[in-house]
Every structure is written in C-alpha cells, then in structure tokens.
Design a protein around this ligand. Structure first.
Ligand code: SF4
Length: 291
C-alpha cells in the first residue's frame, strides 16, 4: 500500500559520523541524568562526546564487531516490520537548526521505525527505536528500563510532533523500544504513551547540552565527567580519571600495562612518587588493577 504521507517525509539525510562542525546527533549528546544515580543510566557523557569529537581513540575490534552485528539485526527487524505494516517508514531522518546568542548548532537523528496506526484520524504514529541487547543488558523489570533509550526515542517523538507534524492531521501516540536479545533470539517491546509536556523537558535538556558541548569544543575546555553504568567500558577512562563505577566483570590491568599506556598518552615515563608511580596515581580511579 502506498504511503499517503510519502511526500511529506522526504528530507535530506545527514551523516553525523562525518563530524560536521557544530553538528550533533541525538544519540551523541542525550539528556542530563545528574538527578540519577550513576548505576541507573547509560550516558552518554559529555566528556566522552568531547573526546570522541576532538581526539578520538579508535574503537576496539570487539566494539566494531558488536556495532556491525547490531546494524545487521536492525535491518532484519526493519524488514520484518515493513512486511507487517507496509505503510511504516524506516530510518526516517530528522534535522533541525538552532541559534542562541549568536551560537549556531544543528542536530540530527534517525527514527528506526515510524509506525502508522491503521484506521486512525488524526493519523496516530508510534515512534520505535530498535536496540540490540545481550542477556546482560536486556531489562527484565520496569526499574531496569534504560532511561537513556527512552529519552532518545522521546526526543525523536518530540521533534516529529512539534517541528514536523501538522497536529490536526497527525500525532505521536506511543514511544517504544524494541529490544533484540541477541543471545536468546528474542524480541521484546516496551511502549509508553507519548506525553508532549513531559517530553519537552527532555528535549530542552538535550538542546542545552548540545549548546554546552559546542561551547566546550569551541574553547577546548574539558566538560564535566558524568559517571554512568558503562564507564567501565569507556575508551577514555584513562584520560578521564573520573570516579567511575567498577563492578564484577571489569577487565583488570597490570601496573606494567598502565605505565605503558601512560607513556603512550603523555610521552613521559611513569615516575615513582613515594610508593607509587605517576601512572598509578592517575589511573587508580579508572582501572581495576591486578594485585
Ligand atoms: S569514564 Fe565515564 S565519566 Fe569518564 S569520560 Fe568515560 S563515560 Fe565519561
């Protein structure tokens, strides 16, 4: 069935991986989670985004492999969704520009699935983001629901509802996360009703953070660390030295490895200060050390 909104949906796609100056992707910045315990959210952290943009460390092969597999599973899921509901739209690109006190930024994102509800008027749509999960990361209870994922999908829904849609004709109804559990070949959806007033707070926080990050990049000042659940896997732990969360399953490092890393990053030998080297002092908060 031909989608009757097709013309409306034609927008240019922006590849944020190209690192366009002053341009930020929704998944790159996210909303402020400082009201939450670090174990309750998954970032993204402004300091991490700053490092990724200005001085990136290449991803480990295992991370690249996970990303690749995630993309493959995304596509499979989208193909299945399209078969079930041919009028739904996959990877719908979003793009907006903002200016504040002379500072100009642009933002983009891509909605995994815009799902059109049948027989509704105004036309109701559900905004769905697909996430690949493992047995370890799949939420099993309401409290494990990742607020970062819902914030991201909510921001997409807010942009559609307030910047793209004519609300007399079309409205967002629900925001959902479709989890693909890659270890158990299961698919699970958590939907929440869309609330425009509540989501405005999330969107405003996201835009403020984009302006903040842009200003930090402009002055080359390091943003605040925002410790979170996945600090233990953050590629920038060694530079950050925030008081990150260490849990079981965190790889441990020998002092020799840390000293080599210190030399690589600073160009200096790790100097002994009393009982400890400078590398130990700098990295003790960020790494689990072999005894
Ligand atoms: S270790 Fe944690 S706080 Fe530091 S940059 Fe990485 S994510 Fe942010």
């Amino acid at each position: 069935m031909e989608n009757r909104f097709k013309d409306f949906w034609e927008r240019p796609e922006v590849d944020w991986h190209e690192k366009i100056p002053h341009h930020y992707h929704v998944s790159q910045v996210g909303m402020d989670h400082s009201n939450k315990d670090a174990s309750e959210h998954y970032g993204p952290c402004l300091r991490q985004s700053f490092y990724r943009i200005l001085d990136p460390i290449p991803e480990a092969p295992s991370s690249r492999g996970n990303l690749f597999m995630g993309n493959v599973l995304h596509e499979i899921m989208q193909t299945e969704e399209k078969k079930k509901n041919p009028s739904s739209i996959m990877e719908f690109p979003l793009y907006l520009e903002f200016e504040r006190n002379g500072q100009k930024i642009s933002i983009s994102g891509s909605v995994d699935i815009v799902d059109f509800e049948r027989n509704s008027f105004p036309q109701l749509v559900n905004v769905i983001d697909i996430k690949t999960a493992s047995s370890y990361t799949l939420p099993r209870t309401e409290s494990e629901k990742n607020p970062t994922y819902f914030a991201q999908a909510g921001i997409y829904a807010y942009i559609l509802q307030n910047f793209y849609f004519n609300n007399a004709l079309i409205k967002v109804n629900k925001v959902g996360i479709r989890y693909i559990d890659k270890h158990n070949a299961g698919v699970y959806t958590i939907d929440i009703p869309y609330d425009n007033t509540a989501t405005k707070k999330i969107f405003d926080s996201f835009i403020n953070r984009c302006f903040q990050l842009d200003a930090f990049i402009g002055t080359n000042d390091l943003p605040q660390a925002e410790p979170m659940k996945w600090c233990k896997y953050c590629t920038y732990r060694a530079r950050c030295t925030a008081d990150v969360i260490l849990e079981e399953g965190v790889p441990s490092f020998s002092m020799k490895m840390l000293e080599d890393m210190y030399k690589k990053f600073t160009g200096k030998n790790a100097i002994w200060r009393g009982n400890y080297t400078k590398a130990y002092k700098d990295y003790i908060k960020a790494f689990k050390i072999d005894e």
